[in-house]
Design a protein around this ligand. Structure first.
Ligand code: NAD
Length: 245
């Protein structure tokens, strides 16, 4: 049987995850689109042709993640690339934020990413190869109203650095991408004046596209990309540079 390269993308039913799944499919991966949104996930997988398929999984439920990896082991016996992209926001100033909204953001963005990394590590270690790419956010540097989100995305960067140490000897590279302002259904919902202010605060005076994140993912999992691990790649139009005139 011809060897298939298997990539798994979480949160692939919408937004940035769709662009990542599309890009990896064109890079000759068999792409598993994982999401809790079955309707959009199946629709997206169908548009990508026979090398893409949808698998439903709630990434913050350990049993659901274990069942997903048991199925992948059974059907493919391997995973080459894991992209942890699923994430949510529940913004509010800390004095108005219910503790449940801290818990839900940490549960999905950080614990869900950790659970997926754990199973991927178990499957990748005996193969002595693999790439894990965790989607963090430029917001980990700080955004008002995002104490839960920034903490979760800072956690993702810490997790990435530790896994680079733990898995490096097995030839598994683990990196994070920190997107800035990206034009997705999420940011399209912002009031026009807020969107304009955010764009004006960008050094480039533009928003990024989901395809810009997919390009960074393709670079980090390209076999020609070697010796880069534990890093955070900002794809944010320079916003992370901070103050500047
Ligand atoms: N859009 C931006 O400007 C931006 C900026 C920085 C970082 N990010 C990060 O990029 C990633 C994708 O963002 P997006 O804008 O495409 O968001 P989105 O809301 O369009 O898509 C997120 C996807 O994750 C899925 N999901 C949510 N909870 C899940 C769970 N428990 N299990 C499985 N799937 C689940 C959703 O169903 C959805 O399909 C997120 O991690 C986000 O934090 C986005």
């Amino acid at each position: 049987m011809k060897y298939l390269k298997i990539a798994l993308v979480t949160g692939a039913a919408n937004g940035i995850g769709k662009a990542i799944a599309r890009r990896l499919t064109t890079e000759n991966y068999t792409t598993i689109l994982v999401d809790i949104d079955r309707e959009n996930g199946e629709k997206m997988a169908a548009t990508l042709g026979e090398r893409a398929l949808f698998m439903e999984c709630n990434i913050c439920d350990e049993k659901s993640v274990e069942a997903l990896f048991a199925r992948i082991k059974n059907e493919y016996s391997r995973i080459d690339v894991l992209v942890n992209n699923a994430g949510i926001i529940r913004d509010n100033m800390i004095w108005r934020m219910p503790a449940e909204e801290f818990d839900s953001v940490i549960d999905i963005n950080l614990k869900g990413t950790w659970l997926m990394c754990k199973q991927a590590a178990i499957m990748m270690r005996p193969l002595n190869s693999g790439r894990i790419i965790n989607i963090s956010s430029r917001a980990w540097l700080g955004n008002r109203g995002q104490s839960n989100y920034a903490a979760s995305k800072a956690g993702v960067i810490g997790l990435t650095r530790v896994l680079a140490l733990e898995l490096g000897a097995n030839g598994i590279f683990v990196n994070a991408i920190a997107p800035g302002l990206i034009d997705t259904p999420l940011t399209q919902k912002l009031p026009a004046d807020v969107r304009e202010k955010l764009i004006d605060a960008q050094p480039t005076k533009t928003m990024g596209k989901p395809e810009d994140i997919a390009q960074a993912v393709a670079f980090l999992c390209d076999e020609r990309t070697q010796f880069i691990t534990g890093q955070t790649l900002y794809v944010d139009g320079g916003k992370s540079i901070g103050a500047g005139l």
